[in-house]
Design a protein around this ligand. Structure first.
Ligand code: ADP
Length: 342
């Protein structure tokens, strides 16, 4: 059985004030997250991602449907039973949510104090966690003395304090610069691999999904519109709404404005070739164009690498006889996706 399982889950928030409409944040969600995986939840702001995570750690209750975490029912369970469930789930946030008046050591110790652990046990566990996140020398510092990346490492140590099975990360790197993001992602991979903790990441950042997650669900309007292996979803999104989201985070396809500017600078026909591992190689395409006597210039493009597998989009300006171009595109079109841009 999956570690986290949601079946036909919906959530409607009642109107905030009289006369306002109720908001349905989640509609008929079905999701299974297996023990040991790193699962990404992506989508535009307002898609329902945070609500979904708040249901998993029982900070909110669902309006209908079933949620189980580690075999335990979460929906419709009394508050005192949820306390033990929450010890199994750690959470980290975009704004870190540290106590500014407590030292790093005391921030990490906090959940253990609340859980009533002994002083000796807390001290030993905090030392272990400080080592794990590489902040042993900052134990006595206050959050304001730390960089963003160090603050998030404290957040991670605190989330791990009670040895949870699951770590929920809500936009945990969105406030960090790219280099620090990579450091934090490397730490999260260690949390997963070395400690065996299942991680659920909510993000709108491609880098996070690409470098961390193995499977992903794309949300839009409170629904999961598509889910699957990260490479599959990103290299070949099947639904219109996931294609739209993916195109905003994947490099390579020119936007309408960029296309206008390319068109002004390049008189020829503009064509985007999209390929994935296993398709015809770029060199075969260039060879075919050269063989047909077509002039070509690479004017826009990006190659993405996900877990060692590549996909990408190359936009070419082609010059030559129309019939020769049509013939060459038909020939390369057997191996990869060709889209003429008008
Ligand atoms: P995301 O995390 O993808 O940005 P959210 O889960 O925060 O999306 O929000 C989904 C929808 O639910 C939005 O329309 C949002 O305005 C609404 N919503 C979220 N939390 C509440 C709340 N506590 N009360 C009322 N509406 C809410």
């Amino acid at each position: 059985m999956a570690l986290i399982s949601l079946q036909n889950v919906s959530k409607t928030y009642p109107p905030a004030r009289k006369g306002e409409p109720a908001v349905t944040a989640l509609r008929d969600i079905n999701l299974e997250i297996e023990a040991g995986e790193i699962f990404g939840i992506i989508g535009y702001s307002g898609a329902g991602k945070s609500t979904l995570v708040r249901l998993i750690n029982a900070l909110e209750s669902s309006t209908s449907g079933d949620i189980t975490v580690d075999g335990r029912q979460v929906s419709g369970v009394p508050e005192r039973k949820l306390r033990t469930l929450r010890l199994d789930i750690g959470m980290i946030f975009q704004q870190f949510n540290l106590f500014n008046s407590k030292t790093v050591r005391n921030n990490i110790a906090y959940p253990l104090r609340v859980a009533g652990r002994s002083t000796a046990e807390i001290a030993a566990r905090v030392e272990e966690l400080l080592d794990f996140v590489g902040l042993a020398d900052k134990a006595g510092s206050y959050p304001e003395q730390l960089s963003g990346g160090q603050k998030q490492r404290v957040g991670i140590a605190r989330a791990l304090a009670a040895s949870p099975k699951i770590l929920l990360a809500d936009e945990a790197t969105s406030a960090l610069d790219p280099e620090t993001t990579h450091e934090v992602l490397a730490l999260l991979r260690r949390v997963n691999r070395e400690l065996g903790i299942t991680i659920v990441v909510i993000t709108h950042e491609m880098d996070v999904i690409k470098n961390l997650a193995t499977r992903v669900a794309v949300m839009d309007g409170g629904r999961i519109v598509e889910q699957g292996e990260v490479f599959e979803v990103f290299s070949n999104p099947r639904q219109a709404s996931s294609r739209k989201f993916v195109s905003t985070v994947v490099r390579g396809v020119p936007s309408p404005d960029e296309l206008d500017s390319l068109r002004r600078r390049h008189p020829g026909r503009i064509v985007t070739l999209s390929f994935r591992d296993g398709d015809s190689s770029q060199s075969e395409v260039f060879l075919e164009l050269a063989r047909a006597g077509i002039g070509f210039e690479l004017v826009y493009g990006g190659i993405n690498d996900i877990s060692g597998r590549a996909f990408g989009h190359l936009t070419l300006a082609l010059t030559g006889e129309d019939a020769a171009i049509d013939g060459a595109l038909a020939a390369v079109g057997h191996g990869l996706k060709v889209a003429e841009r008008f």
